[in-house]
Design a protein around this ligand. Structure first.
Ligand SMILES: CC(C)(COP(=O)(O)OP(=O)(O)OC[C@H]1O[C@@H](n2cnc3c(N)ncnc32)[C@H](O)[C@@H]1OP(=O)(O)O)[C@@H](O)C(=O)NCCC(=O)NCCS
Length: 232
């Protein structure tokens, strides 16, 4: 709770710019803020995602989560050093080995499950005051990149029929409509629209993603997603 109050206080005093958004893997320290963002963005699904479910997800080898955050001042100082910037830009480095304490302010998160050769997006959400600044795109590009490294072929998802802003984001990232699930959402009987990418390893998609990634990385040390260990 204290963490949530600090986060909302920081948000109020911060005019967000995407220049300071870092994308990295989610850790246990992030759970309180992820819980708050998830429940703000998906009030109807809140019942299905109790607090304890996030820790379980982090233990689930099929599940992968990333967050977009404003790094703590201490990390920011470290990241503003030239050698660190170069590392981020050139090697898509993520200091996953560093123990993250709950000092980063989270702006959004996204997660997916791997099922055979498919990555299925479970959730993607950005704090309400931080939307329309490219964070959703940064998250989406990050999970597609992560999925590609895990040798997944396609990325799929379900989106509410009425959620036109999210659909616009997915269309922009090469998703197309693959079907519908009538009355899929139990709270209001809304249809789900099923969307999928084509093969994310095909040359055309790789090129498209490169352009989107360049947009996301355009600001200073806006960092890139996770480094997946070779063993995965
Ligand atoms: C969907 C969501 C994650 C987008 O995050 P965001 O940070 O606002 O998205 P971005 O600023 O990166 O926008 C990326 C693109 O998405 C589309 N988009 C995003 N919000 C939009 C809106 N309100 N209206 C129209 N298009 C929109 C645009 O194409 C945009 O590109 P542009 O700004 O260059 O036109 C965010 O609105 C959110 O958290 N919504 C609530 C949770 C949700 O619905 N998640 C999706 C469930 S399937």
């Amino acid at each position: 709770m204290a963490q949530q109050q600090t986060a909302s206080h920081m948000l109020q005093s911060l005019r967000m710019t995407t220049a300071s958004c870092l994308f990295r893997s989610m850790t246990e320290a992030d759970i309180p803020q992820v819980y708050a963002i998830d429940h703000e963005a998906f009030p109807a699904e809140s019942l299905f995602r109790p607090y304890s479910s996030y820790a379980r997800e982090l233990q689930n080898s099929m599940a992968h989560y990333i967050v977009g955050c404003v790094p703590s001042t201490r990390r920011m100082r470290r990241m503003s050093r030239p050698w660190y910037k170069r590392l981020l830009r050139w090697h898509h480095f993520e200091d996953a080995a560093v123990a993250y304490r709950a000092s980063d302010l989270l702006l959004g998160f996204a997660g997916f499950w791997i099922m055979l050769d498919e990555a299925h997006v479970i959730a993607i959400a950005v704090r309400e005051p931080c939307r329309r600044q490219g964070i959703g795109q940064g998250l989406l590009v990050s999970i597609i990149d992560m999925a590609a490294r895990l040798h997944v072929r396609v990325v799929t998802l379900e989106v509410r029929d009425g959620n036109k802003s999210a659909q616009a984001m997915y269309l922009r990232h090469g998703f197309h409509v693959a079907g519908r699930r009538p009355r899929y959402y139990s709270d209001n009987q809304e249809d789900a629209v099923l969307m999928t990418t084509d093969d994310i390893h095909c040359a055309e998609y790789v090129e498209r993603l490169r352009g989107l990634r360049a947009e996301s990385l355009r600001d200073g040390w806006l960092a890139h997603p996770s480094l997946i260990p070779d063993s995965e």
